[in-house]
Design a protein around this ligand. Sequence first.
Ligand SMILES: [Zn+2]
Length: 371
Amino acid sequence: MTGTDPVPIAQLLLRHRSVTPVDDGAQTTLAGLLESLGFTVETLQCGEVSNLVARRGTGSPHFAFAGHTDVVPPGDDWRHPPFGGTIADGLLYGRGAVDMKGAIAAFVAALASRPAYRAGTISLLITGDEEGEAVDGTRRILDHLAENRALPEFCLVGEPTCRTTLGDTIKIGRRGSVSARITVPGVQGHVAYPHLADNPLHRLIPALEALRTRQLDTGTAWFEPSSLQITSVDTGNAAGNVIPASASARLNIRFNDRHKGTELAAWIRETVSTYAPGAKCETSISGEAFLTKPGKDIDLLSDAIAKVTGITPKLDTGGGTSDARFITSYCPVAEFGLVGTSMHRVDEAVPISELRDLSEIYAQILDRVFA
Ligand SMILES: [Zn+2]
């Protein structure tokens, strides 16, 4: 029977070397824990990627918890083995302790700490492809749920959201992201004879300047201003007296809910073709901006967090993208999890007390959803 302490559950999960896309049995362990709590578990294998959908109960309300069992590679020089689940000085060490096997363990322990609710449905949507391409992960799970008319009414993603103290931040949206790679062709030549050459930098630089200096917006109610950053400019030119044959650049825009990725991508391509006709410009959108407007669902999360921590969380939309960008197309979604400072770092670790508090917060959320 699955226990109500998240620590041993997290240790079990941390001992699987589930570096994307390898699962190494992590989801089988999780499935066993959930089945002992009365869940029906379905496995969705998509190529190399393992996904898991667990479900208990029927009807409304239908609350889902989403997360991932995959982790980023550990790197070297850990104080404790990255897949050992070692406890030392009040901390539980391991790759994924914070991002985000710890939160999955906290949710499972929360379920174990409460009797099955009289009415309603609880689902867990767990992917093994969040840290990778995210092509065969949460999107496949959502397609599957949509086909089976089994979509939740609200989804909580357990990604690490807190800045310094557990309870300080809920993410109610995320910025979108669009990237571009620009290549301007030219004709190589001697700098002393520019009329015999064609300098591509003299078109690339004005194009970049036009892109960089446009103010995209001044922010919106819940978002910071959108930001365009040029991330590289290259000619591959080692000599100071040679006009390069071509010049390339890369840039990225993190944008708020005033914009659509397709519109920004079109603007980038038009600007480039105005200042550098004949240039190649490839754009890609990795996520649209989204927002779950504050209201009843978010109030319920804030209330549960305040009950356990005494803190009223800040509602935030900053940081990188997450799988919530896919979920938002199907149901309202918010994110709440551990303090993120050690994620993706050597010696990733979660304080034991924080893990137990997160579990109690998740239990308080369940009590309020199914009250
Ligand atoms: Zn994560």
